[in-house]
Write a protein that binds this ligand. Sequence first.
Ligand code: G3P
Ligand code: CA
Length: 238
Amino acid sequence: MHRVAHRGYSAVAPENTLPALAAAVHGGATHIEFDVRTTADGVPVVIHDRTVDRTTDGSGYVWDLTLAEIRALDAGSWFSPAFRGARVPLLAEVIDLLATSPGVELLLEIKPPASAEEVERIVEMLGDLAGRTILQSFDPEVVRLARDVAPRVRRGLLRLRFEADTVPLAASLGVVCCNPSVKDVLGDPATVASLVAQGIDVMPWTANDITEWTALAEAGVAGLITDHTGELTGWAAR
Ligand code: G3P
Ligand code: CA
């Protein structure tokens, strides 16, 4: 089963920072999930929220801030003083880091809003890593843009919840995975089975409760997206 580090190994280091991504590799992740947004001056950076408020010492929407403004922020102290001075990473830095870990796959979430030009820039930056990257988004329009810009790069569709159109939508977008919540996987095994029957992997988020992992595996998931990479590696080995 795939072991997907959610925002890096975000239980032990500030989410979506280089220390969290490096810790995910050391923690045994097979895949590293992270979130990409674009700054006001067009540079892809790795951050989850629409604003920098929660995970840095600054404030404002990512798309209103320049790269220089975002790079001046401390993205580590909110998590622990031990990480004071950690920065919001450039996508380019993440790619450089993961290029040195050849066994690891990238689960790159593009957060909306994202224009065709922004998606194109993200894909161009992947370079040799495109072959071990899955581009995913909650927004089907962003998944369509990824398909148009880079048809050969694998795609994934994230869902807040399973709905009647989930299976046909995922199939029409040609995704390799459709990733819903843990609750929906456990509550709707028929939709999981339909996706799997179409050759579409299911990897629920955010599987942080170890007592649910066996049931999720039995439901037919291809992997688990978790903040607890190390625990998942140990559990999978047992
Ligand atoms: O990849 C699954 C997960 O990251 C989706 O939710 O809000 O953490 O981006 P979120
Ligand atoms: Ca994400």
